[in-house]
Design a protein around this ligand. Structure first.
Ligand SMILES: [Zn+2]
Ligand SMILES: [Zn+2]
Length: 152
């Protein structure tokens, strides 16, 4: 058995490790720690996530980054096939939307966070085409593998 690391008092990003959780390990045997985030929230985090740097906050860090980017001017930036043209003027819509031009020439208004998170990378038709071509590629790969096996 590997002796669990002592993380108490250590700081990882926004998290400060307070103590080991009562339920000391999860089903994989990883140590769990109770951490206080700099925003005031207390969260339990698996030790290896802290050590590897996968978790650096209660989740507020990512939220902050995204909300900062949302307010940022992303006009002219590229997200996949999208080129951001300008911010949509729609006072009724609370979400920040940007009008974007796809490589195929289609212009759509896209939600800022969808762009930033990389969820939307092209217009619907291009996304569909992309998916189809991926499928054909996969089919082709399978076929060639099949032939390789036969020729052996
Ligand atoms: Zn936090
Ligand atoms: Zn397109």
């Amino acid at each position: 058995m590997v002796k669990p690391l002592e993380l108490k008092g250590k700081v990882f990003g926004r998290l400060k490790v307070l103590r080991r959780a009562k339920l000391a390990s999860n089903k994989d045997g990883c140590s769990i720690w109770i951490c206080r985030c700099s925003c005031g929230k207390t969260v339990t985090i698996v030790g290896k996530h802290l050590i590897r740097g996968t978790t650096k906050s209660c989740g507020c860090l990512r939220r902050d980054v995204i909300s900062k980017l949302k307010l940022k001017n992303i006009a002219g930036k590229r997200f996949g096939s999208w080129k951001v043209l300008e911010r949509c003027k729609n006072p009724n819509n609370k979400r920040t939307k940007w009008s974007c031009e796809c490589e195929c020439g289609v212009v759509r208004s896209v939600d800022a966070s969808t762009l930033i998170r990389g969820i939307s990378q092209s217009c619907y038709d291009c996304a569909k085409l992309d998916l189809e071509s991926k499928k054909t590629k996969l089919k082709y790969q399978r076929k060639t593998r099949h032939y390789e096996r036969l020729s052996k």
